[in-house]
Design a protein around this ligand. Structure first.
Ligand SMILES: Cc1cc2nc3c(=O)[nH]c(=O)nc-3n(C[C@H](O)[C@H](O)[C@H](O)COP(=O)(O)OP(=O)(O)OC[C@H]3O[C@@H](n4cnc5c(N)ncnc54)[C@H](O)[C@@H]3O)c2cc1C
Length: 322
């Protein structure tokens, strides 16, 4: 297990922005994870978890304490039982790998997973999904249980994206299994399991084959390619849709903000709810554009846009300055 110091984080974010982590670990096993968590507790430094980095905005000032990326804790065990496909998935497994397990059996979850970036643990945390009326369309519908390494937390009340100061003994052998109905699922969020880290996820779906699923997945991928600015680093939709009819992208577009630039960050000309990095963007440029869009939508429509992405790291001074 190697803990790196002053580790650059931009490569761990699909926006390709952000400063350095004081310390950084990418565990490959539960034992590595255990050592990292115990190390952070002994050092008295906060721990921040990331995975695919496709829904986080990492501060230019970096992240204090230890950042743990789950990306290398991967693997899927598959079983067919009682007419269902049961998948036991390590949290760092990419969603595209999960898709393959469903696609092999031609079953429905492959469709909403098409083109969804990031990892399975991050998919649970964000209750990732699509807005189209398909079944299933979000993680909450395919997850049976999650396994969490829980620990006590001291210091400030827990906030999404903020580091956690571990205050209790950590034992990765004692992961807690929480069933789907013990969790609090909502639009692009899942609560009821913190503070802790999700290590494994149990997913399942009835083995009812849809002969046309492969074709549907191809169409969904093409649709993303045509509608989303995938040629530039981005983090997907930056705001949640206020409702199915009031879509954040449409509201931002109607404020005339498509193409607006702050530094090298730009509100995409293709999709107004995407902010793209044209090359050398800073996290502050992206954040500035988000705040500007939020303000303009509030002025024009009286609606408060809520961030979908999670701000990670050292943003305290910005809060104080505003
Ligand atoms: C091009 C593009 C398109 C996208 N399209 C969609 C879409 O259609 N629908 C959608 O819902 N999202 C979409 N997203 C957003 C993103 O892909 C999802 O939210 C994804 O589920 C995030 O997973 P991740 O592994 O990248 O998580 P990260 O971005 O690494 O982390 C997200 C949050 O989860 C926490 N976290 C991650 N893993 C763990 C873990 N194992 N234990 C504890 N906490 C953890 C992190 O601390 C952070 O708070 C898109 C993003 C991009 C770049």
């Amino acid at each position: 297990m190697k803990i790196f110091t002053d580790h650059p984080l931009a490569a761990h974010s699909s926006w390709r922005v952000g400063g350095v982590a004081d310390s950084f670990l990418m565990p490959e096993s539960l034992e590595d994870l255990q050592k990292g968590l115990v190390w952070a507790q002994e050092q008295g430094v906060p721990v921040t978890f990331i995975s695919g980095g496709t829904n986080i905005l990492i501060s230019d000032r970096g992240v204090r304490g230890l950042v743990i990326s789950l990306r290398k804790m991967t693997g899927i065990e598959e079983e067919e039982r009682g007419g269902r496909l049961l998948l036991n998935v390590w949290a760092g497994t990419s969603k595209s790998e999960l898709l393959k397990s469903f696609l092999k059996r031609r079953v429905a979850p492959a469709l909403f997973l098409a083109g969804l970036p990031g990892d399975v643990g991050g998919g649970v945390v964000m209750n990732a999904g699509v807005s189209e009326s398909i079944v299933p369309r979000e993680f909450c519908e395919i997850v049976d249980w999650i396994e969490v390494i829980s620990f006590g937390h001291s210091g400030e009340p827990y906030q999404l994206g903020k580091g956690i100061l571990i205050s209790s003994h950590v034992d990765v052998q004692n992961a807690v299994r929480l069933n789907r109905d013990q969790l609090q699922w909502s639009y692009r969020r899942c609560g009821g399991w913190r503070p802790g880290v999700i290590v494994r996820v149990g997913c399942s779906w009835p083995l009812e084959a849809d002969a046309s699923i492969l074709e549907k997945v191809k169409v969904a991928n093409q649709r993303r390619l045509s509608l989303q600015p995938l040629e530039f680093p981005n983090c997907g939709s930056v705001f949640k849709n206020p409702s199915d009819r009031q879509r954040a992208g449409m509201l931002i577009d109607q404020c005339g903000l498509k193409g607006l630039r702050w530094g090298d960050a730009q509100i995409s000309e293709k999709h107004a709810n995407f902010i793209v990095n044209l090359g050398q963007a800073k996290a502050m440029d992206i954040y500035g554009l988000m705040e500007h869009a939020r303000k303009r939508v509030k002025e024009k429509f009286g609606l408060e846009l809520e961030s979908e992405i999670v701000r990670v790291g050292d943003w305290d001074e910005i809060h104080e300055a505003r």
